[in-house]
Ligand binder design. Structure first.
Ligand code: DGJ
Length: 716
């Protein structure tokens, strides 16, 4: 059993393969957190102390205060002055006082009311702890679901309005972890469009530090993932706590160091973009947040999350080979038509591609980005015989077919907007701001979602589509819905995401043979919510291999290679650049976006060789364990390897950055190699003993433009 309740101690103990998590019921009311760390049976008891100015309940013990002890969930106004997990307004004050009421443990897990969540398997167990606020009559259920094999525990909460009047949730943070120390670094990922997921590591300081999105999408600007680690933690050693949120909309991650140097981590729906009214009898289910712990450095924390995401989050089909696609965007932008793309398909087939992905530009009046979004029917000038006939012709050339959509958006210059301006997010009396000439559809309005379902159902009926690329190219401003009353406008961000997930669910069911690549102007929704639907995410609109090296390296701290869609773009006739781009792209799921009709035979032949080689080793990155040897943010190069679980096959990559210095030889230790095995580097035929790989392989950095080194070690 992963979850136990020790009656005498009133203690809950959750064990995963390598970790233990524990908390206790104190005074029959508080849930006091007592331990999260390396697996142990020697658990400390709840530490209850007092500080001056800390409030207490007189009849319980005036020497103990909720402001001082570690809690499982804290409530605004109830004596804990640190940032709280829940602010529920039942009487205008926001003050509640939830106390322990009951608990149960069960196999599997419950559905999360229209939200993505990690899948249960036969070993999954869940703990449900119910708390009650006697004055309002509201119930709060805390859920802990255990993925023991990958050392991950997830948390979410359900609020039930059992009272007689409406209540309003102002803040709802399903992840809360109190850690009895603050000598930690915080790792987070920040960025911007085309420069996603930069690695940041800074020591914690007193007060609040946070990452967040107010943009309606998890965003390029801050990823929901955060980690806390020992100041001295490295890839291989030190304590590391990792956290992530299974959600794609606005979020808040707060880390607070309090007056005596303890740390509180909160993750969830923060107040700026969130409030939610529950009428009497209604309930609210939060998205889930996940945590992992590693006693063996940052690398182990990453591998825990990689395993978790592959096994419990991504669609099972993502474990199979991903198609090597030729995407039309950078090659053609909006300038596409049937004849051109059939020629693309012919060349794609000859070069060894699996699939042609027709990007933006195929529908409505979409000759540029100022028109057409919302009009999801084929442009007959470009496809005179219709979509179904066009796709048949593409398939006749021997490649699969993918198509681009951006369902959540509308251009003011579109038939849809002209018919339904009220379907765009807007605030009465205020002119909505534009971004990329577009507005955001009100996905919180079920009429809009049902309209899109009916439209896509008709447009794609009988069209043999293998792959959707689902894009989202602006953030939300002027967020208001024409169908919600004034006091419910704060719900739009959350209801929007539920509308989006409803549409994703529909796509998945309606087109069971197709897979989805998600995208938001590149990596603007690189999150666990999207990963539930897509086999991969378009990592960035930036295909410059130098920048991509930085982006991919940082993304790997939280997400497995299987999620990273990585394209080789036009090398402009330069064979060395083509090789470099390829070696960068095989760190994730390989694809290309270049005008195949304009490539020389030499380039096409090389691409054909690359695709052929990639297919011999793509399983190692897709399914294997990742070991980071050198981060490009710190050094002039990036070095990492993937290995199959038994280390029969190992793929080592070294990418030199532009500022990499010549004349240095690096010793790269492949510690996962089998000690008594011998290996062949398939690319050169050179032999290595496992011991030698473990001791380290010398790689000379050339310090030249576009210099990268790839080794494919296979056990003899
Ligand atoms: C942004 C995406 O990230 C690109 O790859 C491309 O699909 C464009 N949108 C199309 O408008």
């Amino acid at each position: 059993m992963s979850i136990r309740f020790l009656k005498n101690e009133k203690r809950f103990v959750i064990n995963t393969k390598n970790t233990t998590y524990a908390f206790e019921i104190v005074f029959d009311r508080y849930l006091c957190h007592t331990y999260y760390g390396k697996r142990t049976s020697k658990l400390p008891a709840a530490k209850m102390t007092m500080l001056s100015f800390a409030p207490y309940i007189p009849e319980l013990d005036e020497h103990k205060s909720p402001d001082v002890f570690a809690q499982e969930c804290s409530f605004y106004g109830s004596g804990d002055f640190r940032p709280n997990a829940l602010r529920l307004c039942t009487d205008g004050t926001g003050v509640t006082d939830f106390v322990y009421s009951s608990h149960r443990t069960f196999k599997g897990r419950l559905e999360l009311d229209g939200l993505p969540a990690a899948r249960a398997d036969e070993n999954t167990q869940t703990l449900e702890v119910t708390l009650k606020d006697s004055v309002s009559g509201c119930k709060l259920k805390l859920y802990y679901t255990v993925f023991a094999d990958v050392d991950v525990i997830s948390r979410y909460m359900v609020i039930e309005n059992k009272g007689k009047k409406s209540v309003r949730i102002d803040k709802c943070m399903p992840m809360m972890l109190d850690i009895e120390r603050s000598d930690l670094d915080m790792i987070s990922l920040y960025g911007s469009h085309c420069h996603e997921v930069n690695f940041q590591r800074v020591p914690l300081h007193h007060g609040k530090q946070s990452v967040y999105s107010n943009r309606g999408a998890s965003s390029h600007q801050y990823n929901p993932f955060v980690a806390l680690c020992d100041h001295g933690a490295t890839e291989q050693k030190g304590e590391v706590y990792g956290f992530n949120f299974v959600y794609s909309g606005s979020f808040l991650d707060e880390v607070d160091v309090d007056q005596i140097g303890r740390t509180r981590v909160l993750m969830g729906l923060g107040s700026e973009c969130f409030s939610y009214t529950l009428e009497a009898g209604e309930s609210f289910c939060s998205p889930e947040a996940v945590m992992t712990y590693s006693a063996a450095g940052i690398g182990k924390m990453s591998r825990n999350f990689h395993n978790f995401v592959r096994t419990y989050i991504m669609p099972p089909v993502s474990l199979e080979p991903h198609p090597v696609v030729l995407n039309t965007w950078e090659a053609c932008y909006f300038d596409i038509d049937e004849e051109k793309l059939i020629n693309f398909a012919k060349e794609a087939k000859k070069t060894g591609f699996d699939m042609l992905v027709m990007d933006d530009g195929w529908f409505g009046a979409r000759d540029h980005d100022r028109a057409g979004l919302g009009d999801w029917f084929e442009n007959r000038k470009k496809f005179p015989d219709g979509l179904a006939s066009f796709v048949k012709k593409i398939k006749a050339e021997g490649v699969k077919f993918g198509i681009w959509v951006e369902p959540e958006m509308v251009n003011p210059d579109s038939d849809l907007y002209r018919a339904h301006p009220e379907w765009a997010l807007r605030v009465a009396g205020r002119e909505p701001l534009r971004s990329r000439h577009q507005l955001v559809l009100d996905m919180s309005n079920s009429e809009v979602v049902e309209y899109l379902i009916a439209l896509f159902d008709k447009t794609f009926d009988g069209v043999d589509i293998d792959y959707f690329k689902w894009d989202m190219n602006r953030h939300m401003s002027n967020v208001g819905s024409s169908v919600l009353p004034e006091d419910k406008q704060g719900e739009v961000f959350f209801r929007y995401m539920k509308g989006v997930y409803r549409l994703f669910d529909w796509f998945v069911k309606r087109f069971p043979n197709a897979v989805i690549e998600t995208c938001s102007g590149g990596g603007g929704r690189y999150d666990l919510g999207m990963m539930q639907y897509g086999i991969q995410i378009w990592t960035s609109d930036n295909t410059n291999p130098y920048d991509r090296t930085m982006i991919q390296s940082a993304a790997m701290i939280a997400y497995p290679a299987a999620t990273m869609s990585c394209h080789v773009s036009d090398p402009h006739g330069d064979m060395r650049s083509l090789d470099y781009r390829y070696k960068v792209a095989v760190g994730g799921m390989l694809g290309y976006e270049l005008n195949i009709l304009k490539m020389s035979d030499e380039i096409k032949n090389k691409i054909a060789e690359q695709i052929k080689e990639y297919k011999t080793f793509d399983h190692i990155a897709r399914l294997g364990d990742h070991y980071n040897l050198a981060s490009p943010t710190k050094y002039g190069y990036s070095a990492y390897y993937y290995t199959t679980p038994t280390a029969d096959e190992i793929l080592l990559t070294v990418i030199e950055k532009a500022d990499c210095k010549a004349g240095t030889t690096k010793l790269l230790k492949i510690s996962a190699a089998q000690n008594d095995a011998s290996y062949t580097d398939v690319r050169t035929g050179k032999q290595y003993s496992g011991q030698a790989l473990r001791k380290g392989i010398s790689v000379e950095l050339l310090g030249e433009r576009d210099s990268a080194h790839l080794y494919y070690f296979k056990k003899n």
